[in-house]
Write a protein that binds this ligand. Structure first.
Ligand code: ADP
Length: 363
């Protein structure tokens, strides 16, 4: 059992740098929680406070219901895997993995048993006599994870563990860590700036910006119901398109006017209080469809600037005359640069944000 709770946690570094502000997070037992956000948003600081490597300026940190703010790192029953692996270069893989157990005075038999078990789980049994410099990046990564596994901690913490690996290995290790989570059934907290890692690995994602939590939810919640424009733009690749529009109302129907096109928003009654005000229209690239003919108030016309055929789909970069946007279209549609084409949007998937606060407007 290991539940981790952050209650009003804040961090102010010397010199008055506020890195984290009023973080409230519950990590349930056996949950895989990912902290994600751009560089400098306070992810590592949050993780380091949980590990006990950084003092907590404000709030309470609880593990299994007990406040641990003042419990030293070694007594928190937490193991951390660092970005640079932090392996001892002069020790073999075996000794690197055994080290934490030796200093905790485990018996020789127990150490042998645990290291061998971890080596088996990670498929590095044949590497136990090697030194880190004789390992590839991916193998070092596994040893770093192995060193955490042997401790059988209550909570695993990962600080950008895959960012030093090449793209292909990153994808492979991503799957390995997910499968490790399934097998160990441990509570894991994972920090990354990569939204794809967050989406593919997490049970629950916390999106941070400038030290402030923007939203907490499952990957699909964040994708389908972003709380604000920042989350909508951060989650998803290619990202959600945004256009500044104004809402108008005619005969009880709501339209959005972008300047170069005007479209009816079916079911857009919830936007009526925004008529005449600034609105941000958000639509994901897959919710825009090519249509051969223009239809009044149902389509927009745009100029093709770039075509990226990816095999399974085409990413088309477009320009309305006011806004750039991207559409994902089927691979068999013939599209060339400089064409002017018509597109419809699936308004049931569109998201609108308040032009001032950038908060989502709920339906
Ligand atoms: P992230 O992990 O999301 O990149 P960090 O938690 O490392 O972000 O940093 C959050 C903020 O705190 C940044 O503005 C960073 O410059 C600042 N910061 C981090 N460590 C220190 C420190 N030891 N002293 C002062 N400021 C720091």
């Amino acid at each position: 059992m290991a539940k981790v709770e952050l209650k009003g946690i804040g961090k102010v570094y010397d010199g008055n740098v506020r890195a984290v502000d009023n973080a409230n997070i519950v990590v349930e037992d056996k949950e895989f929680l990912v902290l994600v956000g751009p560089s400098g948003c306070g992810k590592s600081t949050t993780l380091r406070m949980i590990a006990g490597l950084e003092d907590i300026s404000e709030g309470e940190l609880l593990i299994d219901g007990k406040v641990v703010n003042n419990v030293p790192p070694k007594d928190r029953d937490i193991a951390m895997v660092f970005q640079n692996y932090a392996l001892y270069p002069h020790m073999t893989v075996y000794d690197n993995m055994a080290f934490g157990l030796k200093i905790r005075k485990f018996s020789k038999e127990e150490i042998v048993k645990r290291v061998n078990e971890a080596a088996k789980i990670l498929d590095i049994e044949e590497l136990l006599d090697r030194k880190p410099k004789a390992l590839s990046g991916g193998q070092r990564q596994r040893v770093a994870v192995g060193r955490a596994i042997v401790r059988q901690p209550k909570v695993f913490l990962f600080d950008e563990p895959l960012s030093n690996l090449d793209a292909k290995l990153r994808v492979q290790m991503r799957a390995e860590i997910s499968s490790l989570h399934n097998r160990l059934k441990a509570t894991m907290i994972y920090v990354t700036h990569d939204q794809v890692e967050a989406m593919t690995m997490a049970d629950k994602i916390v999106v941070l910006k400038d030290g402030v939590i923007q939203q907490i939810g499952s990957p699909l919640d964040l994708y389908n119901k972003p709380a604000n424009k920042f989350v909508a733009g951060f989650i998803g690749s290619p990202p959600m398109n945004f256009m500044q529009v104004t809402a108008t109302e005619e005969n009880g129907k709501v339209f959005i006017d972008e300047g170069t096109f005007k479209m009816e928003v079916p079911g857009g009654e919830y936007l009526k209080s925004y008529v005449g005000k600034n609105l941000i229209f958000g639509i994901r690239p897959e919710d825009i469809s090519y249509v051969p003919e223009a239809i009044p108030h149902k389509t927009m016309n745009a100029h093709v600037t770039v075509v990226e055929p990816l095999g399974a789909e085409i990413h088309v970069y477009l320009y309305t005359g006011k806004h750039q946007f991207i559409a994902r279209v089927a691979p068999d549609i013939n599209i060339a640069v400089d064409q002017k084409l018509n597109f419809t949007v699936d308004f049931s998937k569109a998201v609108f944000f308040d032009g001032e606060t950038e908060l989502v407007i709920n339906k």
